[in-house]
Design a protein around this ligand. Structure first.
Ligand code: G3P
Ligand code: CA
Length: 272
């Protein structure tokens, strides 16, 4: 898969690349439009809908276990208060991370009682059925090594991208593993084509595999620049169908999205 999109940077190449199986349709926090984000139901739903790549957020518990959670504070989406690092993994994995979804989204299925999970639980459940885009949340210096240790223990080195908004976190992974695939999430606050171009150049020098740019900021020029440097460029922050079209037209290599089913249908890849 890696590299197919990279060769196609001429006029119109974007749509062609996207309609090949190389375009990465990455279920953001699982199929998080359909089930509570970063939970087993969300990841299983992603698989059921045909997605073969998932994104997830990882933080460390107080006892330094990698667990899946996005927000800085637990209160909005669980029945715990404080931050992930304030609680042991045992306490976190008893937390209800599904009731908020029932209250706010009112889906057909109910998710009350869905448990927050560890990274081990996700890897044990899905194994090598998917490509994982593991986002190292925050700047804990211990996080990269502890996540890498899990990836190795499950034999998933070829199935994982380590991603982060923090270049330093990615460099920590690189120091521990010269072959790890690294994806730098470029913050929208660094917006401006010159800043993004400089970041792409930096990522190439650092030996990263991928950069991710907010969907609203992607341009064919940025994609071409990344491809010239043998980097994938994919989108984050996709909210609308128009965002999807913009990403496709720019010739990007993929996107994270809460509703992978709609993008797969757009690409004629439903029900794989
Ligand atoms: O694809 C990266 C994207 O997940 C970053 O944004 O807020 O969902 O972590 P966020
Ligand atoms: Ca994320």
């Amino acid at each position: 898969m890696l590299g197919v999109g990279l060769a196609m940077t001429g006029p119109g190449a974007g749509i062609a690349a996207a309609e090949s199986s190389a375009f990465r349709v990455i279920a953001h926090r699982g199929a998080s439009a359909h089930a509570p984000e970063n939970t087993l139901p969300a990841f299983r739903k992603a698989l059921a809908l045909g997605a073969r790549e998932v994104e997830l957020d990882v933080q460390l518990s107080r006892d330094r276990v990698p667990v899946l959670f996005h927000d800085k504070r637990l209160g909005k989406k669980t029945n715990l208060e404080g931050a992930v690092r304030d609680h042991t993994a045992a306490d976190l994995t008893r937390a209800d991370i599904g009731s908020w979804f029932d209250r706010e989204r009112g889906a057909d299925e109910t998710y009350a009682g869905t448990r927050l999970i560890t990274l081990d639980e996700l890897f044990a459940a899905l194994g090598d059925q998917v490509v994982y885009h593991v986002e190292l949340k925050g700047k804990s210096p211990a996080l990269p090594a502890l996540v890498l240790e899990r990836v190795r223990r499950f034999g998933l080195e070829r199935d994982v991208f380590f991603t982060s908004f923090s270049r330093e976190q990615l460099l920590r992974v690189r120091r521990l593993d010269s072959r790890a695939r690294l994806g730098w999430l470029l913050s929208d606050s660094a917006a401006g084509s010159e800043a993004f171009a400089a970041a792409i150049d930096r990522a190439a020098v650092d030996g990263f595999a991928q950069v991710a740019v907010h969907a609203a900021r992607i341009t064919p020029e940025l994609v071409a620049r990344a491809h010239r440097r043998r980097l994938e460029l994919r989108a984050w922050g996709v909210k609308t169908e128009a965002d999807v079209e913009r990403v496709l037209a720019a010739g990007a290599d993929g996107l994270t999205v809460d509703w992978p089913d709609r993008v797969l249908a757009r690409l004629g890849r439903s029900g794989r």
